[in-house]
Write a protein that binds this ligand. Structure first.
Ligand SMILES: *Cc1c(COP(=O)(O)O)cnc(C)c1O
Length: 364
């Protein structure tokens, strides 16, 4: 046999899929992936180096990641049995979807939102039912109810603040969706990758009376607010009976010892993290105010990024002209429902000034 005709074929449902793309371009000002512009404090790196020196490399890591989960649980005022940690919140989402979605089941998303919710759902073999946001990117409860009634999803995704729009879901909406999911035996996942930038957290619902029976998973990550994208660490807070199911699905020893140490030691620097978040929120206000003076539409943001659209409609050209000046932003211009839009991650004051100067030039 010659040629490629005899190569094993991937699953039929994967054959037409494309991978997740986020270009990594080396330019002076990178404001495209919502990383923190600041590293964690020097003391953290020193503590971590000292801890690494004592690692028993011939042993498997603590499979239950006890210290890490205890630290995270303390941070959120919950029990360690309500915390599930994994390699980035993406692996948390994958584990949730392996447990509660998969072949023969449906997952609901409300577009535009974080592309990986639908992507990972499809990788598990699930069908995705896409609901629509309004033109201003707000989400109506009626639309959520319509999708639930017509698609019968096992898992419903919300993202608050929503990536890439920046909008925070109102508490009333999340409460109503959670109640509906409880009544009908569906799982609600609220992705709070940007939770610390937002005025409220769905974790409040888990803390409220009856919260331990709410089918609600709230996901967080170290990648953004904790300035630790390099580590690949995220977690979920949920009722214990959900965490137990996730533990059945995830691979044994999936969290290596370095990651467990890094995640635990980072929590000693909570005040630094909160100061970085406060600085970014202030910068966000400055950027939104500056964008409001330019010929672009700009959306309110409860996250560390801002979505905007040049009035010219030329998102691609604007993106390229920014790149030509050494400023990389996220090009959402050809994403469904985001025609012409660009997303800028809040950087340092200097990076943001460079972006604003480049944008004025790009729009001129
Ligand atoms: C960045 C981001 C994540 C982060 O994923 P990690 O795997 O933890 O880096 C998750 N959800 C949303 C909405 C994000 O924007």
């Amino acid at each position: 046999m010659t040629g490629t005709s005899n190569r094993p074929r991937v699953r039929d449902d994967l054959a037409m899929m494309e991978g997740y793309h986020s270009p990594q371009v080396t330019v002076p000002v990178r404001l495209n992936t919502n990383e923190s512009p600041y590293p964690p404090p020097a003391a953290f790196a020193e503590q971590l180096a000292a801890a690494v020196a004592t690692v028993e490399w011939h042993r498997y890591p603590d499979r239950a990641a006890t210290e890490l989960r205890t630290g995270i649980a303390k941070l959120h005022g919950v029990d360690p049995g309500q915390v599930f940690a994994a390699n980035g919140s993406n692996e948390v989402l994958q584990t949730v979807l392996l447990a509660y979605a998969g072949a023969g089941r449906t997952v609901a998303t409300f577009e535009p939102t974080y592309a990986l919710h639908a992507h990972i759902a499809r990788l598990t073999g699930a069908t995705v039912a896409e609901g629509d946001r309004n033109d201003d990117f707000t989400l109506d409860l009626a639309e959520v109810e319509r999708v639930i009634a017509t698609a019968d999803p096992s898992v419903v995704f919300l993202c608050s603040p929503n990536n890439p729009t920046g909008l925070v879901e109102p508490r009333d909406l999340v409460v109503a969706v959670a109640e509906r999911c409880r009544a009908e035996g569906r799982l609600l996942v609220v992705d709070e990758a940007y939770g610390q930038f937002a005025p409220w957290s769905a974790q409040e619902l888990l803390d409220a009376p009856g919260g331990d029976e709410l089918p609600l998973v709230v996901t967080r990550t170290y990648s953004k607010t904790w300035s630790m994208a390099a580590t690949r660490l995220g977690y979920a807070v949920a009722p214990r009976w959900i965490i137990e199911e996730l533990e059945k699905v995830v691979l044994p020893y999936h969290l290596d010892v370095l990651k467990q140490l890094a995640g635990t030691l980072a929590l000693d620097h909570l005040a630094d993290m909160e100061a970085r978040v406060a600085a970014i929120v202030e910068e966000r206000g400055r950027i939104i105010a500056a964008l409001a003076e330019l010929p672009v539409d700009v959306w309110p943001s409860g996250a560390n990024f801002v979505l905007f659209r040049p009035h010219s409609g030329d998102g691609h050209g604007t993106w390229q002209r920014l790149l030509n000046q050494g400023v990389l932003v996220r090009n959402c211009a050809s994403w469904p429902r985001l025609d012409g839009c660009l997303r800028i991650t809040i950087g340092t004051r200097d990076e943001d000034d460079a972006f604003l100067a480049a944008l004025r030039e790009a729009l001129a």
